[in-house]
Write a protein that binds this ligand. Structure first.
Ligand code: SAM
Length: 275
C-alpha cells in the first residue's frame, strides 16, 4: 500500500490532490503517458499525461450526461459516432438505447482501449458488443471524409492539447455538421467553464455552425472543483426536447429528463461569459 498524493495542476496557482494507494499500470504510448491508479475515494482512475480522464466512482455522471442528452433529444438515433472515448464509458451509455444500430468509436490511441479493457472493465466491457465498430484513427481526419450519415456525434476527447487541440475549432465543428444527417445532433465535452481557456471559444465555434446550440452543466467530483461543461449543437430539434417515453428502457443513476432540462439553465455569470 502506497501513500502517494497525485496532483493535477489546473493553472499556475490552482492544483487538486488526492491520495493513491496503488499504481496498477503505467506506460508511454505513441501519443501520451497512460496510467491507471487506485484511490481510496475515487476508485480506479485513468490518467493521460497526468490528467484525470475518468474514475470508477464518479464516471457515471460524466458518461450519462455526454451520451443521454443528445440521444434523448433525437427521436430515433440509429447511427452514432464517438470521437475519443477509448475507455468505453460513453459507448456503454449509447448502447443502452435500443434504437442504436451501430456505434463507431474513433479513438486515436489504441493503447487507451487496451489498457481500459484490462483495468477498467466497468467501462470497457461495452466495447465487445457487436453493435460497436472500433477505428483507431484520428477523429479529425475521419469525420472530414463523412457526409450526412450520423444521427448523433459525441466528442469525448481529452482537454485541448496535442491531437485533441483541433477538435475544439470551428472548422472541425463544420466537418461534424456535414457528417450529420439533416436532423443530427452533436455534443462535445468543453471542459471547466471556470478554468479552461478554451471553453468560450468552443461554445462560440459550435454556435457559429449549428442553428441551435448551448452549453450544459454538471458537477463531476473527479474533475476540477465546480461545474463541468458539455456543449450541444442541433440542426433541427430544440435542446430541451426529451423523448421521455424512451426512458422506460434505460437505466441511469444520474440522468433524468428533469436533470436534462435543468442542465441547460445557465447561471448568469456563465451566460455573460459566452455572450
Ligand atoms: N472523459 C475524458 C476527459 O477527461 O475529458 C475524456 C476521456 S477519453 C479517454 C479521451 C480520449 O480522446 C483519449 O483516449 C485520447 O487518446 C482521445 N483523443 C484525443 N485526440 C483525439 C483525436 N484527434 N481523435 C481521436 N481520439 C482522440
Amino acid at each position: 500500500m502506497l501513500d502517494i498524493w497525485f496532483t493535477e495542476n489546473h493553472t499556475e496557482g490552482y492544483k487538486v490532490s488526492w491520495r493513491i494507494d496503488k499504481i496498477l499500470h503505467s506506460e508511454r504510448s505513441r501519443f501520451q503517458e497512460i496510467a491507471v491508479v487506485e484511490s481510496p475515494d475515487l476508485g480506479r482512475a485513468l490518467l493521460l499525461d497526468n490528467t484525470v480522464q475518468t474514475t470508477t466512482r464518479f464516471e457515471f455522471i460524466y458518461h450519462e450526461m455526454i451520451a443521454h442528452v443528445p440521444l434523448m433529444i433525437h427521436p430515433r438515433p440509429q447511427r452514432v459516432m464517438v470521437i475519443g472515448g477509448g475507455d468505453g464509458g460513453t459507448v456503454r451509455e449509447v448502447l443502452k438505447h435500443p434504437t442504436v444500430e451501430t456505434v463507431e468509436l474513433v479513438e486515436i490511441d489504441e493503447r487507451v482501449i487496451q489498457v481500459s479493457k484490462e483495468w477498467l472493465p466497468q467501462l470497457s466491457s461495452a466495447l465487445n458488443s457487436d453493435r460497436v465498430k472500433i477505428l483507431t484513427v484520428d477523429g479529425l481526419q475521419y469525420v472530414k471524409e463523412k457526409a450526412a450519415h450520423y444521427d448523433v456525434i459525441i466528442v469525448d476527447c481529452t482537454d485541448p492539447g496535442g491531437p485533441s487541440l483541433a477538435l475544439f475549432t470551428k472548422d472541425f465543428y463544420q466537418d461534424v455538421y456535414n457528417a450529420l444527417t439533416e436532423d443530427g445532433i452533436m455534443v462535445s465535452q468543453t471542459g471547466s467553464p471556470t478554468f479552461s481557456p478554451h471553453f468560450v471559444e468552443a461554445v462560440k465555434g459550435i454556435r457559429q455552425v449549428f442553428p441551435c446550440s448551448s452549453p450544459y452543466l454538471t458537477c463531476e467530483p473527479s474533475y476540477i472543483a465546480g461545474f463541468w461543461s458539455f456543449t450541444a449543437g442541433s440542426k433541427k430539434y430544440a435542446l430541451d426536447t426529451v423523448n421521455q417515453d424512451r426512458m422506460a428502457a434505460i437505466t441511469t443513476r444520474y440522468y433524468t429528463p428533469e436533470i436534462h432540462r435543468a442542465a441547460f439553465v445557465l447561471p448568469k455569470h456563465i451566460q455573460e461569459q459566452i455572450k
